[in-house]
Ligand binder design. Structure first.
Ligand code: FES
Ligand code: CO
Length: 351
């Protein structure tokens, strides 16, 4: 599956501590754990001896110890001790199934494709080598912006339905009435959508927002840019009209109001085709609110989206353009569907 050649988020970094953690990615049970050097590992959650879940085991002296017969595994996956035969030197084939793991954006990321052929096929794709990289989040590099993670949220729908909702402005006045939109201004102006190596970029997206963020003190015409950065990841960047901003925000920025912007990354772990785990990574200029206030705002907004997302039928995103109805206001979502189809994505979609 092409999906396996991408990096996917699986857990908050801080949730992988001294003991193994069971997670799921693309329908596969995985175990995450840290060795003595604090390096994170992601393996199939299945002991190669008799198939017990490694996540039931323990980390001792930098090794993962299976709960069933106590086999010990080093960070490389190699079995180093079989307690029933203390003098036996396990051969190289006595090895756990390992995947690539790394940490970024406050999360642990895993890439399951270990066969070089699949990875090479991906690199050789006409859409370019961006697949091999983590989803881009350029706001991460900005020292002026504060970073906060929200989630996880488990949502009973496919990852592509959640990305599509994130790109959708026409629901603001209904689902987020009084917050990100209002029923008195529901028209969507023209916006531009361009294909990008990782998906698409939508620009000149404008929304009249009563409460675009925690510090908003007056409604504002907010301009959005959306980027699809991976099949199951997207970023929005908002540039509110500075004149509409409240004094708190002005003060927080000490005269840099015209540079006030925020980016929100949507990172989704596709657990099952119709079940997803969602995190948001906020990069905001708000230096006054607490982390929990920032999370509460995002929580309020996403709890408005969640029942709608879980109500959508079918849960898998239909890529056949005849399956649902489209208008020019939906051009970002239509472009996203075309992109997934072109990539050959199969997990969470109906081809
Ligand atoms: Fe893991 Fe036997 S099943 S040690
Ligand atoms: Co919404």
């Amino acid at each position: 599956m092409i999906e396996e050649t991408y990096w996917h988020p699986v857990a908050l970094r801080g949730d992988v501590e001294s003991q193994p953690l069971a997670v799921t990615l693309l329908g596969h049970p995985l175990v995450l754990w840290r060795d003595a050097s604090h390096v994170v590992h992601a393996w199939a959650d299945q002991c190669p001896h008799r198939g017990a879940r490694l996540s039931l085991g323990q980390v001792r002296d930098g090794k993962l110890v299976c709960a069933y017969h106590g086999w010990q595994f080093a960070g490389s996956g190699q079995c180093t001790l079989v307690p029933a035969l203390p003098d036996f030197k396990p051969p190289a084939a006595h090895c756990a199934k390992t995947f690539q793991a790394r940490e970024a954006y406050g999360l642990v990321w895993v890439r399951m494709a270990t066969q070089p052929s699949l990875a090479e096929a991906n690199l050789a794709s006409p859409i370019g080598p961006a697949f091999a990289a983590l989803p881009d989040f350029s706001a991460e590099e900005s020292s002026e912006l504060r970073k906060v993670n929200c989630g996880p949220y488990d949502v009973a729908t496919s990852a592509p339905r959640i990305v599509e909702n994130f790109l959708d402005m026409a629901h603001f006045g209904f689902v987020h009435d009084g917050w990100l939109g209002t029923r008195s201004a529901t028209a969507i102006g023209d916006y531009q959508v361009e294909a990008s190596p990782t998906g698409l970029t939508a620009t000149e997206c404008k929304a009249w927002q009563p409460q675009s963020n925690l510090l908003s003190r007056a409604p504002a015409l907010v301009e959005y840019t959306y980027e699809v950065t991976a099949p199951y990841a997207a970023v929005l960047t908002k540039l509110p009209d500075p004149a509409s901003m409240g004094s708190v925000a002005q003060t927080a920025l000490t005269g840099q109001a015209n540079r006030y912007h925020e980016s929100i990354a949507l990172f989704i772990c596709p657990l099952e085709p119709d079940l997803s785990r969602v995190w948001f990574r906020l990069a905001v200029a708000d230096l006054t609110s607490t982390d929990s206030q920032l999370r509460d705002f995002q929580h309020t907004i996403f709890m408005q989206d969640k029942p709608i997302l879980e109500s959508q039928i079918p849960k898998l995103l239909p890529l056949n353009s005849g399956a649902e109805l489209h208008t020019p206001a939906d051009r970002a979502s239509s472009a996203y569907r075309r992109h997934l189809k072109k990539l050959g994505i199969t997990f969470g979609v109906i081809q």
